[in-house]
Design a protein around this ligand. Structure first.
Ligand SMILES: C[S@@+](CC[C@H](N)C(=O)[O-])C[C@H]1O[C@@H](n2cnc3c(N)ncnc32)[C@H](O)[C@@H]1O
Length: 281
């Protein structure tokens, strides 16, 4: 039988869960990214008319507004600050881009971000890291992530820029400014069964890959020998590596889509040939 104490504890837990559900986590105070940083972020990600940009914690909307107005993209921003959301929507109207730049009052942790081809954030460092699982599970491989000042720990940035900006003194107390560009990786880890050109192997080749976010390592079993993948690189869906076989080095490139890899292999003086792989059963 339940005691009063256990019933009370259950009620308190339920109340705390309800409160946690209602009160969004504050991911950072409102401090706008200087306009030059906004321009640098969008340029670094090569944002263009085909892009859909989502800014998590959009403040006065400047990132999505600039992406739409200057770079021709579409997108939306979310913020918990009602006044800022209103301001951003009004600016979109005034600039004639309200059909391509929209802002809503919403908790960024609960925002559906699957539509993004570019995702931007200027949030507290711990928040950026709280979002890592969400970014990996919701964003499509190839989506570019831009973070102003704070890195995603454990992720290897595709590029980053570091420079000094006087405007930042008022914001962070120092001039140092960082922009990190990441590309969401495809799922490469696990066992694959690969078909190589007959001059490399007549038998299916088993590849065992280990993936840590954007980093891939592993080996391929060719002719009864375990050969290490060299210089393995994963950028979104694009996967490349080298294999040393019979004293020659072969360059493999390919695209990972839905549990399959299709690509070409070059090297050893032979013409480029197709190779493929499927997730091993
Ligand atoms: C540092 S400002 C960045 C503004 C804008 N992205 C920029 O770079 O100019 C962070 C913004 O995140 C918003 N914010 C904080 N926690 C949030 C949450 N849980 N959901 C949505 N927005 C949030 C704040 O209101 C603030 O406007």
């Amino acid at each position: 039988m339940k005691t009063l104490a256990t019933v009370l504890a259950a009620c308190l837990l339920a109340a705390a869960a309800l409160a946690a559900d209602k009160e969004p986590v504050n991911a950072g105070p409102y401090v706008p990214s200087p306009s030059s940083v906004v321009a640098d972020m969008l340029t670094l990600a090569e944002v263009g008319p085909k892009d859909f940009v989502i800014d998590l914690g959009s403040g006065d909307g400047r990132i999505v507004l600039t992406a739409a107005k200057v770079f021709g993209a579409r997108g939306f921003g979310v913020d918990i600050n009602e006044k800022l959301v209103k301001e951003a929507n009004e600016a979109a109207k005034v600039q004639g881009i309200a059909d391509r730049a929209k802002f809503t009052i919403q908790d960024l942790f609960k925002t559906d971000i699957r539509q993004a081809t570019v995702l931007t954030m200027y949030l507290l460092p711990n928040t950026v890291n709280m979002l890592k699982d969400k970014l990996l599970s919701e964003l499509n491989p190839g989506t570019r992530i831009l973070s102003h000042d704070y890195p995603l720990s454990g992720w290897i940035p595709e590029q980053y820029r570091q420079f000094d900006l006087e405007d930042k003194i008022a914001i962070t107390g120092v001039t140092t400014t960082l922009i990190y560009l990441y590309v969401v990786p495809a799922k490469a880890g696990g066992a694959w069964s690969a078909k190589l050109p007959p001059n490399l192997s007549r038998e299916p080749v088993r590849m065992n890959l280990k993936q840590q976010i954007t980093r891939v390592s592993g080996s391929a079993r060719v002719g009864g020998r375990e050969v290490l993948l060299e210089e393995a690189r994963l950028r979104g869906e694009r996967f490349s590596f080298k294999l040393a076989l019979g004293g020659k080095t072969y360059d493999f490139t390919g695209s990972i889509k839905g549990g399959a890899i299709e690509g070409t292999v070059e090297g050893g003086g032979a013409k480029a040939a197709a190779w493929s792989a499927a997730v091993a059963k």
